[in-house]
Design a binder for this molecule. Structure first.
Ligand code: GUN
Length: 289
């Protein structure tokens, strides 16, 4: 079994981006991060994005509207950022408070600044295999992780567990694309799938993105499979200073011995998501130049 080291692969990507940004003429790419309220996971993700941007030499702006902001006010803020020529990329951290329609917010971000890739246009471009768009960061990170670990999906059965807009649907489309590294045969499973273990056991590459701690057990995995664990679940743990620990969607200790390759949590997909966000922001700057 080989551990796929997301930290190491992300660090290589970040070093490449740093060199690319240093060579860019004129204004440095600018990402604006919008975080509504104080969801603890979001606080930590946005901080990490800010730190990585600084490391690469990108400019970042953080906007922290109160949790009570109305959808109309949030739209007005996005309209302002969409029109601001010094802003290249805009990210609205998910989840948003319940009184706000999250997908409507994703649609409000101008497609050419939508470095998160959640806008209708950018999701459509993934389906059309149009590379002028932005691919959502976690799915893009998974594809990069596979490519840089020497996993070619051609002819492989890729089983995606989860159908979210942020991971499941776009990663399935990417794995399916008719291009080098992809060309997978893709099955998407979800909460209404019957005989789930019978399907996941067919996977040559299993991508777990269901958001349920340690859901994937050894009996659900074919020996020799590649397992990508997208889950970041906080479970209570009295032995930790924070009172919780992070665990993936895969029961790692039990599943890892059966795999040819597996990503750990933390240190697998997570760092790649952040790196791809930076890559998208550099792309946004280039496209708008
Ligand atoms: N919440 C969890 N993952 C993501 C992501 O990739 N982008 C945003 N904006 N919010 C998230």
């Amino acid at each position: 079994m080989e551990l796929i080291d997301g930290n190491q692969i992300a660090a290589a990507l970040i070093a490449e981006l740093k060199a690319e940004v240093a060579a860019l003429p004129g204004r440095k790419p600018c990402i604006t991060l919008v975080r509504v309220g104080d969801d603890p996971a979001s606080v930590s993700y946005v901080r990490k994005k800010e730190k990585t941007a600084a490391e690469i030499g990108l400019t970042s702006r953080i906007i922290l509207p109160p949790v009570t902001i109305s959808q109309t006010e949030l739209f007005a803020l996005l309209d302002e950022l969409n029109a601001d020529p010094t802003v290249d990329g805009i990210l609205v951290q998910s989840p948003l408070p319940r009184h706000i329609d999250e997908v409507a917010v994703f649609r409000r971000v101008a497609p050419e600044k939508d470095v998160d890739g959640f806008n209708t246009i950018n999701l459509g471009k993934v389906a059309q295999e149009d590379e002028t768009g932005f691919v959502a960061c976690t799915p893009a990170g998974i594809m990069e992780l596979l490519a840089r670990s020497g996993v070619d999906l051609k002819g492989k059965h890729v089983v995606v567990l989860g159908r979210s807009l942020i991971v499941g649907k776009p990663v399935a489309l990417l794995a399916l694309q008719k291009k080098a590294g992809a060309n997978g045969t893709v099955t998407i499973c979800h909460s209404a799938t019957a005989n789930l273990p019978a399907i996941t056991r067919q996977a040559d590459v299993l991508i777990a993105a269901i958001g349920r701690a340690e859901f994937v057990t050894a009996d659900m995995v074919k020996p020799g499979a590649v397992v990508i664990d997208v889950g970041i679940n906080r479970v209570a743990d009295a032995t930790k200073k924070t009172g919780h620990r992070l665990t993936g969607d895969v029961k790692f200790d039990e599943v890892a011995p059966h795999c040819s390759k597996i990503t750990p949590v933390p240190g697998g997909v997570g760092p790649m998501t952040v790196a791809m966000l930076m890559k998208n922001t550099v792309k946004a700057r280039r496209l708008r130049a």
